[in-house]
Design a protein around this ligand. Sequence first.
Ligand code: PLP
Length: 734
Amino acid sequence: MSRADHQPQIGPVERPWREIGEYNRVCGRTVGIVLALEDSTTPLVVQFDDPDEKPVVCAPEQGGAPVPRPVQRFEGKAAVNIVLEACQKAQMTEVFVVADQKIAEAVSQAVYSTKHVNRGSDYQVLSIDKRVLLDQTRKAANFKMFDVPFGVLELARGLSNTVPAGYDNVVIVSADNVRVTADHIYEVCLDAFEHPEVEAVSSWIEKLRRPPYVFSREFLEGLEERGFTSPGTNGRDRDVPRIAVLDHVFGEEKLAANPVSKWIPEAFLSGCSMTALEAVQVAKQALAHPDETKPLDGPDKMLVDIAKDVLVSRVAYNAQDDIAWADEFARRCKLDFPLLNDQEHAGKLVYMDTAATSQRLGTALQAQRDFDEHGNANVYRGAYELSAHSTSEFGEARAKLERFIGASEDEIVFTANTTGSINLVAQAWGEWSIGEGDCIVVSVADHHSAMLPFVMLAQRKGAQVHYVPYGSDGRVDLEAYRASLEKRPKLVCIAHVGNVFGIEAPVKEMAAAAHEVGARVLVDAAQSFAHTRIDVRDLGADWVAFSAHKAYGPMGIGALWISPDAFGEMDPLGGGGGTVSHVGIGSYYLRPNVQQYEMGTPPVSQAVGWAAAIDYIESLGMDAISRHDAVLMRYLIEGLHRIDGVDIMGDHSAADGETGLVSFTLRSLVPASLATFAGKLGVAMRSGGHCALPLHASMGLIGTGRLSFGVYTTLDDIDAALVTIEACRYVYEM
Ligand code: PLP
């Protein structure tokens, strides 16, 4: 295979992918492909002239850009898939993606779904849950993803730390403006394998006058030896600086002389000997006793310096009394949570993912354990004492929960979680009440758990789902909501507090308006249950759904409150032990209360644990919890505003309605990168779509980072989170 045989030509060509792959295998050369896609507003575009993958090589015009032939265009994910297929066919051993947020995640998705990680396997598309995608991608040994929000310099620095060892060639398919064709990759492969010398590459660049570029190590070394700074140094080639940068990357001396370029995230993290929380403590010491401070260097110094800045800003915060109170409150609470005090985590972990699940309360764990160890028996109809005791504990837990939310006796069904509760409504009510052409109103910000049961119900019944939009202030668009009610929906689903914006919705007003048009109202209280007082009657809903595990209680138990009116319109879809008062041959009598929905053995010890968690919340007082949330949230928001590049979702300037949750983006960094970085510094935060993909899509985002706290969240925790985000920004922008 010679270059002459594969000169760009007009018309379809057979691409010898197999030969390239073979060459790659036999010669043992490892090739990295970098898709450097710098412009998120322009989709990645791949062009083919026909769907059978007969490519048209772009015809290089005299001295100009390639002219695309009549083509079939593939954009976005489809384009990414094609690029990756090309990589796979060429048996590229590694794929490095250097891209901004959108593209990087799209590529990672494609990498996973094309099973590129199993190179040599036949091309196949797997359907994969997006939530596990990034994790899977990170786990794949031969895949790395970087963000390059700030251009090619970062690309160069990223490469410097990851690529040099063990790579003979690095192929860079850069999509400046953004067009990467499979033929480009093909060309790139040929160049990398066949023609690493200056002339071939420079003439190729000269022809294309645009990316992609190909630089072999020998090529770059050759440039140095010959005193050649770059091909096309005639002053008119705007790409010259890029080449110089890459030259710099592979020139090890230059690299050594510029240690900053090594400070990319992985290097930073591996050089860091402390967590963010520890850095905050060291910074406190250093500020209090500057003379006694041990000198630090490298990443530790940087982290502590950032922590000092954050602490100095803390002093300037104008609500010192409130802050001191909230901090003291949280410090006391923290002692009640075993995981936060164990040897592994105390003083190191900052748990900022309470919206996903809270940490477990010691007394709740103990109550559950006591039940399991000393009180275990199945409920109902047991004549012996243990069973009577178990039945009464279970009943007491239900009664406690009912009191806690202002419900009357026997209005609460225990379920597995909020999702289970909402599905119960969709089935036990929706199945009988929704028909063809009916309308169900949800919001675009709803959690998938509150959306999908109704989307599926609507699909089964031929009904319509109407999505109410949210404003960028994080509040439901009330005007659009009222307009949606003109469709006379049968059901309206409202998130009391959304899990992306974390801002309380005006449920009472919305429920009243929905009732006026005869709709039933379901309130998803998963995020509000532990943060704000819930009075089901005051809310005016027909159903309220929530889980224990977000409120310091156990996993595996949730509840649905059912209003008497709504109960009258429901009928179970399933039956079993516990749901009936009498069964004959071919007949049955359902229990006359909500327990007709509790099929089989209920989660008794979980209910007991949950009751202990409710006792705890009541002992703290919901007013104190809300005050802690509001005070620390204001402090956190102010801190986030100080970090350059942070864009906070929603307007958090209002004094109330805060529930200790904020989502944000950091420039165009992939949220998963931020969360991974944070995790390595001991800050547990969430990233991604938070089961609210329609909301993210409506805002043109594929994900956000999210910090959420509980009663145990102290001022130091928040400072450590701020330090982490600032450090991440700094490291990625260096
Ligand atoms: N609704 C909202 C607003 C949520 O945040 C969540 C979980 O994060 C759910 C529903 C689902 O809760 P669960 O996983 O406990 O069923």
